[in-house]
Each structure stands twice: as C-alpha cells, then as structure tokens.
Design a protein around this ligand. Structure first.
Ligand SMILES: [Fe+2]
Length: 377
C-alpha cells in the first residue's frame, strides 16, 4: 500500500472514530435527559431544557416559545438570560416559517439588520428549533448568542435539534397529563359542590381547605406532583359526609353521642366510597386519617409519623377552616383566636412541623381567610 493510500485510510478511520464518539456522546446525553425529563411538569421540563442547551451550546440567552391558542402567535413560556418575558412573535413572521412549518432547525445572523419584529430582538447569532411532539407542533426553542462571541455552528444545530425533539415528546405528554388533571379536578369540584349544597354550613369549606393545604404543602417543600395529589385529597377529604344525615350536619344544638359518632365516621365512610377509584390508594389513606391526633388519641390510634404527612397537613387546614367558619351551634372565631387554638393543640392534635408552616403562612400572607376561595388555585 503506498503512502497516500495509507494516509487516506488513516484519515477515514479518524473521521469514523470521531463520528462514533460524537454519536455515543449524543446518545448518552439523550439517555440522561430521558431520565431527567421523566415525571416532570411542563414548566419544569422547559426550565431543564433551557439549562441544558445554554450550558451545552455556551449560549447567553435561550427561550421556549409556545404557540398561542389561536395558533397565530408565539408567546414566551420560559426564558433564560436577558430576555423580556412579554416578548411575542407572529407566526407569519418569515424567519419563523421554516422552523414552524417545515419543522427544521434554522440559523439566523444579525437579527437587527433585517428590521424583524419585535424590535428588541437584537442578536448576532440565533438558532431556532421546532418543538414538535407526536401529535402537533407545540412551539419553538430559540437560542441566542454564544458567550464567546462566535456564531453557532452545524454541531450546535444538530445538538439543539436532538435535545429539542426529545423534550417535545415529554412536554406533549406532560400537557396531556395536565389536561387530564384539569378534567379530573373539575369533575371532583362539581361533585363536591353538589355535596356541599346540602348544607349551607359547609358551603365553600372544601375549596378553602384545599387552598390552605396547598399553601402549607408549598411551605413544607412538597413537589408539584405531591401538591397535585394533595389538591385531590383536599377536594375529596369530606366526601364521607355524603352519608351523614342532613339533620345532623345542620343541627343547631349540641350533638348527642350517637350523632357525634356519625360525624366522626366520615373519614372512614369517605375512604370506603372512594375505594372504588383505582390508583387513588395513597389519597384514600390520607382521607381516612385526616382526623387522627398526633399524640395517638384519634379514632384509629395512629401516632406521630405513623399518620401520613398529607393527612397531618389536611388536619391543620381542616381545623383552621372549621374554627374560622360559622357553625349552626357557634359563631366563627377571629384569626387570632383560631391561631391560638391551633398553637395550643401542637403536639397533641397537630404535627409541630405542620403548625410551624401554618404560623409562617399566617405571618406572611395578606389574605389568610380569603373571601374568594378560588383565588390562588
Ligand atoms: Fe373532615
């Protein structure tokens, strides 16, 4: 074999090894992202996507743009770097056409040369990749300006396309999950409203307890998935009262022992009714134990950490609303009186950690007892 042939073979081999190495790195990256995207919500996936692309592409700015409902504009969903959150684009803007309609990653240089809108979109080097799921195009990912000042090159474009394609599938799934979640909570809300209509004393109780429980859950560091489950548990926590006679729920006098027993059964009855719902095992447990006492003196005798955390949160949220609402047999307590009662029951009835979060929430919130329970959902 002469020298020139040998050199060519060596070069071919070097290129092949480089390509194999790049492919391996890309596959490893996609595998890692698949793991990281799993189970995240839409915003979390978008944030992680931007974190990855800005780091891998050495970019100053990155933004996820979602298609608006009418499909005629793109709005900023999540952004990183120096970007105005209110920035929107019209879908008919020429420079977006290939990315949106031909589903191709495109590159642009000097956006301010061409007078494109919006006028604050001034970058030297830009990559735009479509976020295309299995069913439809969700939006675009735009990455602007390398910190080095260089222009993006073909390797950057390839990497952005690969990451964005992967992320789009997860975003689409998360959106589908979100839609199902809205449908589920909407159905539950309608059901609960029908239940509460039977007694004016309990009207709005469920929505308020849900609002309080979510506020406490956030302060206790629950994840977005845990908060969603807590929301469903809160909406359903008093479902068992459907079996409590109306005369008892509306009774203005002190309840007899038998009547009190009927009322106290509602967590058990609720758990029984809901046991038909497959996949709600945890939530049913929380509902069943939402009136347990931290010191073990409740109906089931569970103590401390034996009581599920969500049930301990529900207990405080539920008690706070009961104390600050009128009942047929007593007037509502003031905020200060209710806080004092909850404080006095720390360690006996309530988990000290949850009460600590409750006190922090009361101190930091302007509208603790909101007249509009729908706020902040
Ligand atoms: Fe209850």
């Amino acid at each position: 074999m002469n020298n020139s042939v040998l050199n060519r073979t060596k070069e071919d081999l070097r290129v092949t090894v480089k390509e194999l190495s790049d492919t391996y790195e890309e596959l490893s990256l996609l595998y890692r992202l698949t793991e990281e995207f799993s189970g995240l919500g839409v915003d979390e996936i978008c944030r992680l996507l931007l974190k990855e692309v800005t780091s891998l592409l050495d970019a100053k700015t990155a933004v996820v743009l979602f298609l608006g409902e009418e499909g005629d504009h793109l709005y900023t969903k999540v952004c990183f770097g120096d970007w105005d959150r209110n920035t929107t684009f019209r879908c008919k803007d020429n420079f977006l056409w290939d990315a949106l309609h031909k589903k191709r990653t495109i590159t642009i240089c000097n956006t301010n040369d061409t007078g494109r809108e919006p006028s604050n979109f001034n970058c030297n080097s830009v990559l735009i990749a479509p976020l295309t799921g299995k069913r439809k195009t969700i939006g675009l990912v735009m990455v602007a300006d390398k910190t080095s000042g260089d222009a993006f090159y073909s390797g950057d474009m390839k990497l952005l396309t690969a990451i964005t394609s992967q992320a789009a599938l997860f975003i689409e799934n998360a959106m589908l999950g979100q839609e199902m979640q809205f449908f589920l909570t909407g159905t539950i809300r309608s059901f609960v409203k029908a239940l509460e209509a039977s007694s004016r004393w309990t009207a709005g109780h469920t929505e308020r307890v849900t609002r309080y429980a979510i506020a406490l859950g956030r302060l206790l560091g629950l994840t977005s998935q845990e908060l969603e489950k807590l929301r469903i548990a809160s909406l359903l926590h008093d479902m068992g009262k459907i079996a409590t006679p109306k005369e008892i729920l509306n009774k203005a006098d002190k309840l007899s022992d038998d009547e009190l027993f009927e009322v106290k059964r509602h967590p058990i009855v609720g758990a029984e009714i809901l046991s038909e719902l497959k996949g709600f095992t945890e939530i049913i447990e929380w509902i069943k134990y939402h009136h347990e006492h931290y010191d073990g003196t409740g109906i089931h005798g569970l103590k401390g950490e034996e009581i599920p955390m969500m049930a301990r949160i529900l207990a405080v949220a539920d008690a706070f609303d009961a104390l600050t609402s009128d009942r047929p047999y007593r007037k509502r307590k003031t905020l200060e009186e209710a806080v004092r009662e909850i404080k006095n029951s720390t360690g006996s009835h309530f988990d000290p950690k949850v009460v600590e979060a409750f006190l922090e929430w009361v101190d930091s919130s302007d509208d603790v007892i909101s007249s509009d329970p729908e706020v902040d959902f």
